[in-house]
Design a binder for this molecule. Structure first.
Ligand SMILES: [Zn+2]
Length: 379
């Protein structure tokens, strides 16, 4: 049997125990103190193998970097692993959704996205140390506090670390119940379009009003038409708000629109398209704000090469590793956009991220942990 796989199986109980501790330390993005507690717990549990540096976040919790002490003398270049300490689940979720092991799975808030992935990485590093496998590069795990809310406070730090790295391994969950890796992610962003019209009494003074809702309805037809499904570009109005009372001609209407763009040039197309919006009713005005907040992670030659290495290593573990692309973003979007080979979806295998059935497969814990160790040794 592959030595890393044997190691991971021998330590599976401990991996599950640490996953439980991480899940039971609730850490919603909007609670900096809770996120700080999660980081403290990680620091405590990695004392044997990692040195930690922390950047105190502003509105969010602290972002943290764990640098591992691994066998092998000279360290040449760096491997960056990316995780996030925050989850989408509010404090108190555990009361209704406690951590549990049943039906061959671990369940609980944040178990898949992505506390188990970080636990796997920590044990992968312990495997390298305990099996005394030399690692050529410096290995750093960066744990961001605000990934689920757009990574505003951590983006610069992530990009700075990526620029010094030969490869980036993202510990987000794999795709589907087979745990496909993610080799492409769409760029993600949003636009806020505001129409300002002229208010008037809908009965007494109808003609002097310019209805912002009616104008927005016409604009939305146009905006929805920016979607290019054949290119994977989607434009989806998600929230519309306007007007005050039924007997007032609406003076204002706002639309919040989600955009997804697989390639950098698609983002440029959308920018131009949104900038071209002009009012149908000349008495109305339109303002457009927003754009892409995560650039596309394109399936570059470097990404393909990295996936090829992982696929080959997975054969030793009895896994036929597949790749996938997704419309969802991660911190891997930032690193891939800088041209640094990035492999995403290396965390746990399961389903229900951000949903009540969030869970991971127990029988995939060992091979995912082993794959991380083998990748770090091979890159
Ligand atoms: Zn995540």
């Amino acid at each position: 049997m592959d030595p890393f796989l044997r190691y991971a199986r021998q330590h599976q109980k401990e991996i599950i125990a640490l996953t439980r501790e991480f899940v039971e330390c609730e850490s919603p993005s909007d609670n900096p103190k809770a996120v700080a507690r999660m980081v403290d717990l990680m620091r405590e549990r990695t004392k044997d193998i990692a040195a930690v540096s922390v950047s105190r976040g502003t509105t969010y919790g602290p972002n943290a970097r764990f640098t591992f002490t691994l066998p092998g003398k000279k360290k040449d270049g760096q491997i960056l692993a990316l995780g996030h300490s925050d989850t989408v689940w509010p404090m108190g979720t555990l009361a209704n959704m406690p951590f549990r092991e049943s039906k061959g799975r671990l369940w609980g808030p944040g178990v898949l996205d992505m506390k188990a992935g970080m636990v796997f990485f920590i044990f992968a590093m312990r495997a390298l140390r305990d099996l005394d496998v030399p690692v050529a590069r410096k290995v750093m795990l960066q744990v961001n506090a605000d990934e689920e809310v757009g990574s505003e406070s951590s983006r610069e730090w992530t990009e700075e670390a990526a620029k010094q790295s030969a490869a980036v391994l993202v510990l987000e969950p794999g795709t589907g119940m087979t745990g496909k890796l993610k080799t492409a992610r769409k760029g993600v962003g949003d636009y806020v379009v505001t129409v300002r019209g002229v208010a008037s009494h809908a009965g007494v003074d109808f003609s002097n009003g310019a209805n912002a809702i009616v104008e927005m309805a016409r604009q939305l037809q146009k905006i929805a038409g920016f979607t290019k499904l054949d290119r994977g570009v989607t434009v989806s109005p998600g929230v519309v708000r306007g007007g005050t009372r039924s007997n007032v001609v609406a003076a204002e209407c706002m639309a919040h629109i989600d955009i997804r763009a697989p390639r950098a040039r698609d983002a440029a197309y959308l920018k131009k398209a949104f900038a071209s919006l002009k009012p149908f009713d000349k008495r109305c005005s339109i303002t457009v704000e927003g754009g892409l907040n995560r650039p596309a992670m394109e399936r570059s030659a470097g990404v393909r090469r990295l996936f090829g290495i992982a696929k080959k290593l997975a054969v030793d573990l009895g896994v036929d590793l597949e790749e996938s692309s997704t419309g969802g973003g991660s911190d891997g979007n930032f690193t891939a956009a800088l041209g640094v080979p990035t492999l995403d979806g290396l965390g746990a295998v399961g389903e229900g991220a951000h949903a009540v059935n969030e869970s991971i497969l127990v029988n995939r814990i060992a091979d995912r942990t082993a794959l991380l160790a083998k990748l770090v040794a091979a890159i």
